[in-house]
Design a protein around this ligand. Sequence first.
Ligand SMILES: *[C@@H]1O[C@H](CO)[C@@H](O)[C@H](O)[C@H]1NC(C)=O
Ligand SMILES: *[C@@H]1O[C@H](CO)[C@@H](O)[C@H](O)[C@H]1NC(C)=O
Ligand SMILES: *[C@@H]1O[C@H](CO)[C@@H](O)[C@H](O)[C@H]1NC(C)=O
Ligand SMILES: *[C@@H]1O[C@H](CO)[C@@H](O)[C@H](O)[C@H]1NC(C)=O
Ligand SMILES: *[C@@H]1O[C@H](CO)[C@@H](O)[C@H](O)[C@H]1NC(C)=O
Length: 451
Amino acid sequence: MEDRHASLSSFFLLALFSFILSYSCSTAYSNTALVAPIAYDPSTSLYSVSPLGGPPFDRPLLLNLDSSNLWRDCMHPLLRSPPLEPVLYHSAICKSAKVQSALISGDPGYIFGCSGAPTPVCSNFSCSVYASASLRTSPSAVLWTDTISLLSVNGSVPGKLIRVPKFAFACSDDILLNSDAAVPANAVGAAGLSRALLALPKQLAAKLRMKRRFAYCLPLSVVAGRGALFFGQTPYIFPPGGDFSNRFQYTPLLNNPQEPDSYFIGVESIFVNKVKLPINASLLQLRKDPNIIFNNKMGIVGGTSISSTLRYTRLESSIYDALAREFSSSAAAIGIQAVGAVGAFETCFNKSTVTVGKGGFRIPVIAFSLQGSNGPMWEIKNHNTVEFVEKFICLAFQRADQFQPRSIVLGTFQQQDCLLQFDLDGSRFGVVPNLSSSWSGCSNFKFGSTT
Ligand SMILES: *[C@@H]1O[C@H](CO)[C@@H](O)[C@H](O)[C@H]1NC(C)=O
Ligand SMILES: *[C@@H]1O[C@H](CO)[C@@H](O)[C@H](O)[C@H]1NC(C)=O
Ligand SMILES: *[C@@H]1O[C@H](CO)[C@@H](O)[C@H](O)[C@H]1NC(C)=O
Ligand SMILES: *[C@@H]1O[C@H](CO)[C@@H](O)[C@H](O)[C@H]1NC(C)=O
Ligand SMILES: *[C@@H]1O[C@H](CO)[C@@H](O)[C@H](O)[C@H]1NC(C)=O
């Protein structure tokens, strides 16, 4: 009786203690923002993020909305020895490594039969997962846990490094790093930002009891400097424009049951100088296609997804034609001379016939009207609209090939100097399309002397 009483009261003490512990944890980090710089690599047109923590994440990683985990090349001779704890196949963490994205779909695998001593990419009884880079995926990565650290920020003042113990990430060999344009120069892996449980947004939020939310702002060029990736709490301060966190226009994040880890939004119509393009509305919706079978079910096609690795927005063929036609006729109306295709672009113009006005080049304005109660508009102006190719400027959109199931994939060229927020708790996507009209830019975030 005595013993039972003692163990009961110690149980309550323990429960109370863990309640206090979890409560203090949640108050400690629920107000925290974590931040990491983003850099543009012109040789691959990809963006990398530097977590700013200590090893094993002290080197740049590909910024990848489609990647289902954080992975790195653990065989790289310059990098530290392998982290210590492999995730076992029968553990809960391994079960949560299931993924379903545009690139891959599947359960984690079981590794048994490594010959010799364990290596970062082979360890008996461990959990084998996918590592995704831009356009490519390797199925041979192994899940481990280690402490990672990220820089915290208080408003615009950089704070201390926050340590995240037992963070699950994948170790891969160097197959992906050695394949063409799979990751930015100098990158050693990828920072996965998908909706998968082990990708950074959900895993960080679970570990630190933060909001399941992140935002990024892609810099305009190498010269402009570094952009920023934020997790958790706002504000998002870009001087001199100040805090942009209350200037978002929101649209719901849509669920595609075939790719629940990817980010889809609803584009309702597209305008050029306020003229609505004649687009077949059903192309803009996610819809079942009886001619496509995916995992033994009818495939889901159409709709709009957001990419952090595709450079120029790709449009289904008839949508591209409608945009190019209206853009060209609006351009012709203000004396801009069309020259046809140049290089990788179908729709180009003679640069010396374009005049410069107050906000940059005087060219037609493209706007995407998004699903939502207040009719949010994503205006795509100037530097997000045209690319320079020699003496020409070209409409910086491309025609999708027949294998692209999405009608619109929003590329990074159109996202530059825009602040994008992915709010997983609120199931919504926010955009501030015009940092530059407040004389701000994605490179204006101050990382302070820590970097
Ligand atoms: C893995 O298991 C195989 C087969 O039993 C064995 O030969 C090998 O030595 C083991 N490797 C390690 C690293 O434990
Ligand atoms: C953040 O900054 C504000 C204003 O400077 C200050 O009052 C607050 O204590 C700081 N919070 C933390 C966690 O450092
Ligand atoms: C619109 O697109 C859908 C899906 O591709 C197609 O089935 C339909 O025939 C199209 N409608 C028109 C009027 O072209
Ligand atoms: C571009 O426009 C300029 C000025 O109107 C003209 O001199 C030049 O010949 C044009 N170039 C082409 C390739 O049409
Ligand atoms: C920025 O864009 C939003 C939405 O398109 C608009 O409401 C706002 O007035 C714009 N701000 C500036 C400074 O242009």
